[in-house]
Design a protein around this ligand. Sequence first.
Ligand code: ATP
Ligand code: MG
Length: 349
Amino acid sequence: GVLAARQRSAELEELIRKDPGRFRVLTGDRPTGRLHLGHYFGTLHNRVRLQELGVETFLIIADYQVLTDRDVAERLDEYVEDLVLDYLAAGIDPERTTIFAHSAVPALNQLLLPFLSLVSVAELGRNPTVKDEIAQSRQSAVSGLMFTYPAHQAADILFCKANLVPVGQDQLPHLELTRTIARRFNDRYGNGAAPVFPEPDALLSAAPLLLGTDGAKMSKSRGNAVSLAATADETARLIRGAKTDPERHITYDPAARPEVSSLVLLAALCLGRDPRDVAADIGDKGAAALKATVTEAVNEHLAPIRDRRARYAQDLGYVRRILRDGNEIANEVAQATLDDVRAAMKTLY
Ligand code: ATP
Ligand code: MG
């Protein structure tokens, strides 16, 4: 589970430092709204860091997957632009990182057919993240897409033969399924010497599950998030309303005090400090002082990101050019992989 993934992530960090050229990253988001602090400290920060280390990176905008938990994908064009703006603001460089939307890459989507044949209905039904999302879903009935999207996500990851996926904790079951699909495909169709697909690893950050203002996972669609693009005043208001607990003395104890600890961690990440020290400094000053510290730290940390975002938002033509170029690269990569798949399956005559 999570502990093993944390340990593996520490090992991976070592390997990445030694030889960044060994790794290829695929990661991304659903265009369901603006990115928030959970994304930023959960994965976006890691993506930028990997890019800076020289790891080849693909950033997917999972637009088809918006339909997993709702009937209609609303304001899709606007939300896609929002994602690209958030990426650029956080430091993603489109010269080094390929940004694309999976609906624009037919060959990627075609991988879903053989992949679905490699997993059982029972396996799909056991996925704890999907179970959770079904419970939260706005739909009255569970769609086939909701049930099968982790296999689609395997296609997202494997289309470029990525071996490293920086994600939050909720994604671990999906990564496990991707590894299973890669392994089974190689077993069934590969010639042992040259596997078609790598078995990708998840890379967890120091904040794999940041909580929102209601104490549940911070999520775009729960209304419990502080978005990167929020103003300093909005940020202050949202954090003032965040759930804490009745105990006055502030400590960092994620297992026993999840809400307070998530706030402490947020301040610590922004300040580049140890969360235990941040908690000790606040001590008996209580939740109001904690929230003031968090607000100031977040606003200070995000100020340059927010400035950059506002500047890029003036040039949506640039944003669309980035997507057009990224889609083009992704299509070439996907076609090469699909050719490999069809050759292995002996459907490329
Ligand atoms: P939605 O509510 O529409 O599902 P979301 O906020 O859950 O949106 P996703 O697009 O599903 O965001 O997730 C994108 C990536 O961000 C995933 O890797 C996910 O693990 C990570 N992530 C999302 N929320 C958090 C969080 N609160 N803490 C850490 N990582 C997160
Ligand atoms: Mg989600």
